[in-house]
Design a protein around this ligand. Structure first.
Ligand SMILES: [Fe+2]
Ligand SMILES: [Fe+2]
Length: 271
């Protein structure tokens, strides 16, 4: 029987974006149905690849090499859509990667439910953004994209709590900060399909941050650690300088991330 960890590796080793998300959604449905039926798929053990398989396009450039486009223009909005699609595709891999990579640490079944659901939602987000790109005569891969999106995953490949701190609780929380501004930009342009996609993303991303906070606290409790102290130490080690205002304090609170987690790091960065 295929284990959940093997399913994760199958998604990670699928290069094409639409094929990756289709497989991701099929695996998520199979996991969910088996859990409902009371015959859960075993988690098992598997070694994920160091980096997920990626299509030949987009071309990956360093942030410095990325062409600058003004957000108020059609080209600028298209570039923004493309950049968000790239983030969502990375997010699909990040959620499957955390399942496989740390499969040696026993966790309750609900932990896997959460990340499988998050991976399924990221797959939907990628597809929604691809639909928006294609409706505008473009597609994922038509423009260059940021290299180094996998850096945070590599930096925390040996550090389970570090991964939870940096990926859902810093990077995905940052998504909550910036998405309302993006929605406003596309509202000005009257792009109804993009507004709908971004509103779905905004609503669902709160849960991904919440899953991160939930399981981070769980692991702290297991090891009798102070969550705030542990969080600060891990973010300083793996992602210094990555915590910057303005913060969406309301949505962060909804996701179980109170101000004492991020403000002290932001103040350190400002000094
Ligand atoms: Fe997403
Ligand atoms: Fe997410």
């Amino acid at each position: 029987m295929t284990t959940l960890a093997q399913m994760a590796v199958e998604v990670l080793t699928t290069a094409d974006g639409r094929a990756k998300t289709a497989l991701s959604r099929r695996h998520a449905a199979a996991w969910g149905e088996a859990r409902q039926a009371g015959t859960p798929i075993p988690v098992g053990r598997a070694s994920p690849p160091p980096r997920p398989a990626r299509p030949a396009h987009p071309e990956l450039l360093s942030p410095r090499e990325m062409p600058k486009r003004r957000p108020g223009t059609e080209a600028g909005r298209l570039a923004m859509l493309h950049a968000v699609a790239h983030i969502e595709l990375n997010a699909v891999d990040l959620h499957w990667d955390i399942i496989a990579r740390f499969s040696g640490t026993p966790m309750p079944p609900g932990y896997y439910d959460d990340w499988v659901k998050a991976a399924d939602e990221e797959s939907k987000h990628f597809n929604l953004l691809c639909d928006c790109l294609e409706a505008r005569g473009s597609h994922y891969g038509a423009l260059p994209a940021h290299a180094g999106m996998w850096q945070a995953a590599e930096d925390t490949a040996q550090d389970f709590m570090g991964r939870l701190a940096v990926v859902p609780m810093v990077l995905e929380a940052r998504g909550l900060d910036v998405t309302p501004g993006m929605i406003a930009l596309f509202r000005k342009a009257g792009a109804e399909d993009v507004i709908a996609a971004l509103e779905t993303i905004y609503a669902e991303e709160v849960h991904h941050v919440a899953y991160g906070a939930k399981w981070f606290h769980f692991l702290c409790g297991r090891d009798n650690l102070d969550p705030v102290v542990a969080f600060h130490a891990l973010v300083r080690r793996h992602f210094p300088g990555g915590t910057k205002p303005p913060f969406n304090e309301e949505k962060r609170a909804e996701a179980g991330l109170p101000p004492d987690f991020y403000w002290p790091l932001a103040e350190e960065n400002a000094r």
